[in-house]
Design a protein around this ligand. Structure first.
Ligand SMILES: [Mg+2]
Length: 151
């Protein structure tokens, strides 16, 4: 008997902890046949989604800091994606084109950082100065490495 790869599958999920999978496969020379598999699971994504929904709710996003915060994280992710590809595609060799692309993405990060600071009433210059002062203090105490925001 020869089997081909399944080209049709139906998955049904109920509120029970049982996940039922109906899988149709073609048996060469015999037409379509259906075999049903039922898999017992103590946990599934449907149950997870329902449980997660009970712990969350709508959060108003009409505050002025929401957009630049999301933009900052998004652009940081774009930087990470470009760095990932440098290693995935070129074994860590950074080209001029990579530097150009990263310059633009880092600029996007800087723009959202500036915008978030503005909307929080914080001067970007103070962010930079406080960061350098924090690092200098940590260096003087020998705690540059390690964990904790306030070490
Ligand atoms: Mg960008």
């Amino acid at each position: 008997m020869t089997w081909r790869a399944p080209s049709y599958a139906k998955v049904s999920v109920t509120n029970s902890p049982v996940l039922s999978i109906d899988l149709s496969v073609e048996v060469v020379g015999s037409g379509w046949q259906t075999c049903a598999m039922t898999e017992q699971r103590a946990f599934d994504f449907s149950g997870y989604q329902e449980a997660a929904a009970r712990t969350g709710g709508l959060v108003a996003t009409d505050h002025p800091i929401v957009y630049p915060t999301l933009g900052l994280v998004n652009e940081a992710g774009e930087v990470a994606g470009k760095v990932k590809k440098i290693f995935r595609d070129r074994a860590g060799v950074i080209t001029d084109a990579d530097r150009e692309a990263l310059t633009l993405e880092l600029g996007d990060v800087l723009w959202y950082l500036s915008e978030l600071s503005t909307r929080l009433g914080i001067r970007l210059e103070d962010v930079a100065k406080r960061n350098l002062a924090k690092l200098a203090d940590r260096a003087s105490r020998g705690v540059l490495q390690g964990d904790g925001d306030h070490r």
